[in-house]
Design a protein around this ligand. Structure first.
Ligand code: F0G
Length: 386
């Protein structure tokens, strides 16, 4: 069965909405769970305690493909042609790839905020022929606008408000568990932006537990960037009143009003998660409730330092992805993760998505030439990193 070449549809019994002949797949989800003791030492784990789930290996270079295959399948089932999203870059890249790589007449329309999309991602949208509209404002503005436009013009919306996206993203957890021989890790650590992944992971564990396929669930840690920390504000600081896992939306509204009043905009070097109004907030809080979750924020410095450690450990990721490793380190320091725990950090996107941030971080060291070559009179042409 060709569906077995997809790391999502191999698990089709667990996302049973799609008749097999309708599935839209480009071979997504052939990803890797790799043990990394180097990064583990940085985080503060015992040998073998840290595992990295590398979703940068997807066809479009990020985890989004897991969700896109499911949402495109549903779009095909309902006969949609024009498909749209707002994006900080990866959703739009995946959308463009799925439209261009398949032959079902899909047309891609993308809304991005001005100036905040990393070049690797923008290049993908353009090269794959998506209509790319840059609007004045940031991601939160673009998201509000695309929801309105999609409703008014009857365009199929591909953001993670689309529940079929989340169905596909459950497969990331199936692959983690499969790679661990269906042993449940102690922690899943994931960056939080629009909170689609964390919501999907929670749903995966709720279902697996109810089906009796696992007997316990891992704890879930969602990591915000300090400059985009709505979830952290509302969860970690216990501002949310709980009613069987549902937040008091009045408090959420009051928080958003404060953001407006004080003109607070999301701002982080991890542009992928530069989001202040996550559309899946409620679902994520439910996932955190079920998985005894925690939320942390990490600074841009911590994110970039962690990213360099991931790179030195042999896997390349973009800044937002490294928030998971920076967050795991924080939770180790706080004594919430124990050194003997088994921790899976999700590396959500590939290093080449955002080369600008990487090059700027590593900077130049004027003494690098002398350190290696002594006084051998090599003429410098430019770059030498620290
Ligand atoms: N990591 C990367 C690389 C991302 O691109 C995103 C989200 C996230 C983490 C956060 O995931 O939304 O499920 O909490 N990127 C979206 C986009 C918003 O438009 O590409 P989330």
């Amino acid at each position: 069965n060709p569906l077995n070449f997809s790391g999502v549809w191999r698990f089709r019994e667990l996302l049973p909405f799609a008749p097999e002949p309708m599935v839209v797949t480009i071979g997504e989800g052939q990803t890797l769970l790799r043990r990394s003791d180097k990064v583990g030492r940085y985080v503060g784990m015992d040998e073998g305690g840290l595992l990295l789930q590398y979703e940068g290996m997807n066809p479009s270079g990020s985890f989004k493909d897991n969700g896109m295959t499911a949402a495109f399948t549903h779009a095909r089932m309902v006969g949609a042609r024009r498909v749209a999203c707002a994006s900080t870059g990866n959703t739009s890249a995946a959308l463009a790839v799925y439209c261009s790589a398949t032959d079902h007449g899909f047309e891609a329309i993308i809304f991005i905020g001005s100036g905040r999309v990393a070049y690797g991602k923008l290049a993908q949208a353009l090269d794959h022929g998506a209509l790319t509209l840059q609007i004045a404002g940031d991601f939160d503005d673009a998201m509000a606008r695309v929801q309105q436009v999609a409703r008014e013009l009857g365009i199929y919306l591909m953001n993670s408000v689309n529940p079929f996206r989340l169905e596909g993203q459950k497969a990331i957890m199936y692959r983690v568990l499969e790679a661990m021989g269906w042993e449940v890790p102690d922690w899943i650590v994931v960056p939080g932006g629009n909170l689609g992944n964390s919501s999907a992971f929670g749903k995966a564990f709720i279902e697996l537990k109810h089906l009796g396929l696992i007997d316990r669930v891992p704890r879930l840690a969602v990591i915000n960037a300090a400059g985009a920390r709505t979830l952290e504000e509302l969860h970690a600081r216990q501002n949310v009143a709980w009613m069987s896992g549902l937040p008091d939306m009045g408090r959420v509204g009051a928080y958003y009003e404060r953001l407006d009043r004080e003109r607070i905009r999301a701002s982080t070097i991890a542009t992928a998660i530069e989001i202040n109004r996550p559309v899946n907030l409620k679902k994520c809080l439910r996932a955190l409730d079920f998985c005894d979750g925690v939320v942390r924020q990490v600074s841009d410095q911590e994110i970039m330092d962690a990213k360099a450690q991931v790179g030195a450990g042999g896997l390349g990721c973009e800044p937002a992805s490294a928030a998971s490793v920076a967050g795991a380190r924080r939770l180790r320091e706080d004594g919430i993760i124990a050194p003997s725990d088994r921790v899976v950090c999700i590396l959500t996107g590939h290093q080449l998505k955002d080369p600008t941030a990487t090059v700027a971080y590593h900077g130049t060291d004027p003494e690098a030439f002398e350190k290696v070559l002594g006084s051998r009179g090599v003429r410098r042409a430019g770059f030498a990193n620290r």
